[in-house]
Write a protein of this length. Structure first.
Length: 259
């Protein structure tokens, strides 16, 4: 998905110009409600995205097998196999970005989806502007995840025996094995690596990662931190790599060498 050029589309007289990919990103909408699929497909196609509809996990799997998928919009409330079950299935085989959609705007739904590896969340009823903004944000993170701030990131970070290649989005363990991260986890880790030995508040982490996954009052960042800790093996350490600062935020509590 990297290296896609952009072109400018004017939707209608008086509309603001919107940048769309010259090679359209392929987005699959998974929702058992045909009306919702049609609405979302129209919104996305108007902005130049290539869209496939799927009513359930089986149709999503068929779409992913047929050709590459750049993003999945996945409804939580599906009959039979739920969206959370499907998210778990997708994560077992792919790191394709996932935006969860549900009529239930409860925090528990959002946390459950994020904990399974989803990258963002949209609550019904939703507006056109929000859908497009979240889609663009997630696709931008995937195509250019090594630039979460306004200054260039170093190519490589070494910390506590780990190595992170920012441009290649690779996390290498002390044993030499590559550890897979979601797009949101990549952004969070890079934000921490760029500010080692410094406490970063939840609000600032949300701003730095541009994750658009919640507000400072919910557990979105906490869930991402928990997932990242598990992948770094922090649960087995008396001195974890990522420290919780009570009432403040989080700190990458190790020395970092950046090249």
């Amino acid at each position: 998905m990297t290296g896609r050029s952009n072109t400018l589309l004017q939707l209608a007289p008086g509309d603001r110009p919107v940048r769309i990919p010259a090679i359209a990103h392929h987005i699959v909408i998974v929702d058992d409600d045909a009306g919702v699929r049609t609405l979302l497909a129209r919104i996305l196609r108007e902005c130049g995205y290539d869209v496939t509809g799927a009513a359930d996990g089986r149709e999503l799997e068929a779409a992913m097998t047929e050709r590459p998928v750049d993003l999945v919009l996945l409804d939580i409330m599906l009959p039979g196999e739920s969206g959370l079950d499907i998210c778990r299935m997708v994560r077992a085989r792919s790191q394709v970005p996932i935006i969860m959609i549900s009529a239930r705007g409860q925090e528990s739904d959002r946390v459950a989806g994020l904990d399974l590896g989803a990258d963002d969340y949209i609550a019904k009823p939703f507006g056109r502007a929000e859908v497009l903004a979240r889609v663009r944000a997630v696709l931008r993170r995937v195509s250019d995840p090594h630039v979460p701030l306004d200054i260039p990131a170093p190519e490589q970070f070494d910390f506590a025996g780990w190595r992170y290649h920012s441009r290649r989005c690779e996390l290498i363990s002390p044993s030499g094995a590559e550890v897979e991260l979601t797009a949101a986890e990549h952004e969070l880790l890079l934000a921490l690596l760029r500010h080692p030995q410094r406490m970063i508040g939840r609000e600032r982490l949300i701003e730095m990662t541009r994750s658009r996954i919640g507000t400072p009052n919910d557990r979105s960042i906490d869930v991402l931190i928990s997932r990242l800790r598990r992948k770094l093996g922090d649960g087995r350490k008396s001195r974890p790599i990522i420290r919780t600062i009570r009432g403040g935020g989080y700190m990458l509590a190790v020395d970092v060498r950046a090249d």
